[in-house]
Design a protein around this ligand. Structure first.
Ligand SMILES: Cc1ncc(COP(=O)(O)O)c(C=O)c1O
Length: 427
């Protein structure tokens, strides 16, 4: 009997065996355990704990009646506000026309991979979705090695060696600082050196700056300063504005890459058409900024910076090694120093490490392997966001000093989760 034409063998081979994104899967597993009555500390999903700034929520309320389809590239005043924002905050000179608004920067990264027929280069570790997106499209992926000694940052000589080994090929490099999963920020001289190599080999760069405004020290380094003609800057509302569920991302292109912007806009026009109209109107308010937004960002950075440092200290005292905490809300501890002891307890790789942490002490994290690290390396990512962001933000706004006592009062679940990991590791 012949197989039905409506059966799984007819799946596109590129998506055969593709599983849901690891970050979403850990969230669902945690919720299942909670539903069974277990206490779970959710350090798995990377979502902003803070509410959307009230002025931006108000703008969305006002824009609720907006119902028309909008231009594929996005609302003109939004594209202008984003260009001005990138100039004001990050010193980037860009034309207002070359902005593309999408339903999340994730979708725009996917469209780039679809439009540009090149090999995908990603440092290991990198965010979970870049490589699966390439796989869906059937693109080749190369993980570029990094190491703890260099804070898991991509070194120019690594990029250079790879490009030299097979010169003249089109390549797309995705860089992400502040970084998910390591929480590391990258300095200007390091980005300048990478830019020099990228320019020499004509590598197209997507600078994923979704966490740029959550650099804990407010730093604004970008590879686009050093390689403007070959860099697309990716940003959005999801992280700094706490609006992941609003699904709005933005790409800013240099004039030299108008052909890419135009191709991506054509794909958008045949797929999602345009992003939700009310969300685009509200986003204008977010990117126009103002003293309320600056104050909001200042408090978010102060809370995340203090909490990140505190968690990193506790893990380092327990014997983990971690790179310096720079931005976003992630830590990437390496349990290598405890390997022998952990192996005796049946923990042989990052997957078993995360499973045991969830089973033994109820802390949900993600294994380094889903970010492209070797399976047997004992790294994991934790997102220090399982606290009531609205309450913590309100306390900071009323003038409470963000110190150890503040963290105990307003982020107790996160402090407890990390204490549990540390006790488990030393036990
Ligand atoms: C590094 C990185 N890039 C992109 C995204 C996607 O963000 P968006 O909500 O704009 O699709 C995320 C979300 O977790 C991320 O961590």
């Amino acid at each position: 009997m012949t197989a039905s034409l409506l059966s799984s063998p007819h799946l596109n081979p590129n998506v055969f065996g593709l599983t849901p994104s690891a970050t979403l899967a850990i969230n669902e597993l945690s919720d299942e355990l909670i539903a069974q009555g277990r206490k779970v500390y959710k350090l798995g999903l990377g979502q902003s704990p803070f509410p959307v700034p009230p002025g931006v929520v108000e703008a969305l309320r006002t824009a609720a009646p907006e119902k028309d389809y909008l231009p594929v590239r996005g609302l003109r005043p939004l594209r202008e506000a984003v260009t001005d924002f990138l100039h004001r905050r990050h010193g980037l000179e860009r034309a207002r026309r070359q902005v593309l608004v999408g339903p999340g920067s994730k979708e725009l990264i996917f469209l780039t991979q679809l439009a540009y027929a090149g090999e995908l280069l990603v440092p290991s570790p990198s965010w979970v979705s870049y490589a699966p997106q390439a796989r869906i499209i059937g693109r080749r992926v190369t993980w570029l090695p990094t190491d703890f000694k260099h804070d898991w940052k991509l070194l120019p000589e690594t990029l250079d060696a790879h490009c030299r080994s097979n010169p003249g090929l089109p390549r797309l490099l995705i860089l992400n600082y502040p970084n998910n999963p390591t929480g590391v920020s990258c300095g200007d001289p390091e980005l300048a050196a990478l830019a020099e190599v990228a320019r020499r080999h004509q590598v197209l760069v997507v600078s994923d700056e979704i966490y740029a405004d959550l650099d804990h020290h407010g730093r604004t380094a970008s590879i686009a300063h050093h390689y403007p003609e070959g860099t697309v800057v990716s940003t959005g509302l999801s992280k700094w504005c706490g609006a992941g569920g609003w699904r709005l991302g933005l790409f800013s292109f240099p004039a030299e890459l108008e052909w890419l912007c135009s191709a991506m806009a054509s794909i958008a026009s045949e797929t999602y058409t345009s992003v939700s109209a009310p969300i685009q109107y509200a986003a204008i308010r977010a990117f126009q900024g103002g003293p309320d937004i600056e104050s909001y960002l200042g408090h978010c950075r102060a809370i995340l910076g203090a909490l990140g440092q505190s968690c990193a200290r506790a893990l380092a005292e327990a014997g983990c090694r971690l790179p310096p905490v720079g931005g976003a809300f992630y830590l990437f501890p390496d349990f290598a120093a405890m390997r022998e002891r952990l192996v005796r307890r049946g923990v042989v790789d990052a997957q078993t490490l995360t499973e045991r942490l969830l089973e033994d002490v109820g802390v949900a994290t993600l294994p380094g392997s889903v970010f492209g690290r070797p399976r047997d390396e004992l790294t994991l990512r934790l997102s220090y966001v399982n606290f009531n962001g609205a309450k913590a933000l309100a306390a900071a706004e009323t003038g409470e000093t963000v110190d150890t006592a503040f963290l105990q009062r307003h982020t107790p679940e996160t402090i407890e989760a990390v204490r549990r990991i540390a006790d488990w590791a030393t036990g």
